[in-house]
Each structure stands twice: as structure tokens, then as C-alpha cells.
Design a protein around this ligand. Structure first.
Ligand code: NAD
Length: 252
């Protein structure tokens, strides 16, 4: 299959990011992968992408750090010759059950810096590169169900995921005339290491599952299926949207 373009996925060592990286490789993209540090998981992901006949490379960086994100995009362009799809997937949750009274300034800054500032920096440097290339592009962010409806046990996380939606809409307006679309996914409950950390016990999981109309949790490939489409040429008239993927747990 000829190369469909060059993609970069942040937070790709595990969970949703890993599934997205593999799906984009299956779709014919060369896929550069990022996480906070080089790891065996990231190295095995690169091998899996290469086994699919696609080029890949590791770019360890902290997405909340301006210079690191700028240099990461520069390195991807140098390695692969450009950037067509940016998936700003990296994110963190806070400890579950923290209400406003419990949230310290340090905890607020930690989660906001990775989820909101990290997405802003990814959008910014990817968007500037795509504008410079002049061949359009796809920018995709990670919001959440809690970015659509506030959650009192995830105060900072919820605020950070609302920020991703606002940023996605503003960036869609700014980059639209360059043929660059900007959209985000808003997952409900997806079985990943993040999810298993938040809902460790079977009782909590069963209670939550019962509330989901489709009576199942999502899996990382459910998000990758969406990204597969929104990264494609066929999604060209969709921009500024944050799409819920949640088994019906919340309706827009
Ligand atoms: P995960 O915790 O399993 O994986 C996230 C990855 O991001 C990890 O590999 C982690 O090392 C990386 N990361 C964290 N901080 C980083 C940083 N500063 N720089 C670079 N990489 C960093 O999470 P997941 O469940 O796969 O979630 C992926 C995205 O989807 C996140 O943005 C998350 O908030 C969002 N999301 C997940 C769910 C869910 O149910 N799993 C629901 C809604 C939204």
C-alpha cells in the first residue's frame, strides 16, 4: 500500500493511543509515536507498525513542555518528511473522588498542564507545520464524557477535557481555510490502564456497566475506529466537533 501520509500519536505506549497508532498504520500511514519516556511498550509498538510495512519512530517528550513539543514535531518532520495527522491523545486523570475542597493548586496545575496545555501545544505546533506544508491535515484531540458533562469526582480532569473542546472549536475556525480539520473524541468508559486504575473493583464496574444502554464498556479499538475515519480524506466536511463514543451513557 502506498503511504497515505504521516501521523503522530501522543501517549501511544498503551491504551487508546496504542490502538490508534496501529489502526493508522493499518490504514497506510507512517506513524511516529510519543510517550513521556522510551519504554519496552513503545519499542514493541514501533516493531508492530514496521511489521505492517510502515515507517515508525519514537519521540519521547512531555507534551506539557513547550520546547519538547516543538522539537518533537521538528524531529517527526525531519524523519518522515512532513506531518498530516496529529493525534493529541496523551492525558492523565487525578485520584478518583477528589471534590473541589480536596484539589490543591499543584494537582490542578498537573492535570491542566498535561491535558489542556499539552493538547494546546500539540495543536499549535502541528497546525503551524501543516499550514507551512500547504496540503491540509487532520488534528485530533482527546476530550471525554466528563468534557461534556461535569463530574464531581473528577473536578480538574473534567475542566481540562472541557478545555479540549473549546480549543478544538477555536482551532477548527483558525485552520479551516488551510484545509485542516480539527476534531476530538469524547470516550465514555473504555477498558484501558487508566480505567482499571479508576475502577479497580468488580462491584463498581458492574454498577456503572448497568447504566450504559449498550451494557458494555468500550475497548481501545472503538476509539481507533473513529480516529480511522476522522483521519481519512472522507471526513473532509467535519470540523470543530467532539464526538461522543460512550455506548449511550450520555447523549449530547
Ligand atoms: P492511559 O493512561 O492508559 O494512557 C495514556 C498515555 O499517556 C500513557 O502511556 C502515559 O504515559 C501517556 N502520558 C501521560 N502524560 C504524558 C505526558 N506528559 N507526555 C506524554 N505522554 C504522556 O490512558 P487511556 O485510557 O488510553 O486514555 C487516552 C486518552 O483518552 C487520554 O487523554 C484520556 O484522558 C482519554 N480518555 C480515556 C477514557 C477511558 O475510559 N480510558 C475516557 C475518556 C477519555
Amino acid at each position: 500500500m502506498s503511504c497515505k501520509g504521516i501521523a503522530l500519536v501522543t501517549g501511544a505506549a498503551q491504551g487508546i493511543g496504542r490502538a490508534i497508532a496501529l489502526r493508522l498504520a493499518d490504514n497506510g500511514f507512517d506513524v511516529a509515536v510519543n510517550d513521556i519516556a522510551v519504554s519496552a511498550e513503545l519499542q514493541s509498538l514501533v516493531e508492530e507498525i514496521q511489521q505492517r510495512g510502515r515507517a515508525s519512530s519514537i519521540h519521547a517528550a512531555d507534551v506539557s513542555q513547550d520546547a519538547q513539543v516543538r522539537e518533537m514535531i521538528e524531529a517527526v518532520v525531519q524523519n518522515h518528511g512532513g506531518l498530516d495527522v496529529m493525534v493529541a491523545n496523551a492525558g492523565v486523570v487525578g485520584p478518583s473522588g477528589m471534590v473541589i475542597a480536596d484539589v490543591t493548586v499543584e494537582e490542578w496545575d498537573r492535570v491542566m498542564n498535561i491535558n489542556a496545555r499539552g493538547t494546546f501545544l500539540s495543536y499549535k505546533y502541528a497546525g503551524l507545520q501543516m499550514v507551512k506544508q500547504g496540503r491540509g491535515g487532520r488534528i485530533i484531540g482527546a476530550s471525554s464524557l466528563t468534557g461534556k458533562q461535569g463530574h464531581n469526582a473528577q473536578v480538574t480532569y473534567s475542566a481540562s477535557k472541557f478545555a479540549v473542546r473549546g480549543l478544538t472549536q477555536a482551532a477548527a475556525i483558525e485552520f479551516g481555510s488551510h484545509g485542516i480539520t480539527v476534531n476530538a473524541y469524547a470516550p465514555g468508559v473504555i477498558e484501558t490502564p487508566m480505567f482499571f486504575g479508576l475502577l479497580p473493583g468488580p462491584e463498581m464496574r458492574d454498577g456503572l456497566k448497568a447504566q450504559i444502554p449498550l451494557k458494555t464498556f468500550g475497548v481501545p479499538t472503538d476509539i481507533a475506529d473513529f480516529v480511522s475515519f476522522i483521519a481519512s480524506k472522507e471526513s473532509k466536511f467535519i470540523t470543530g466537533q467532539t464526538i461522543s463514543i460512550n455506548g449511550g451513557l450520555f447523549f449530547d
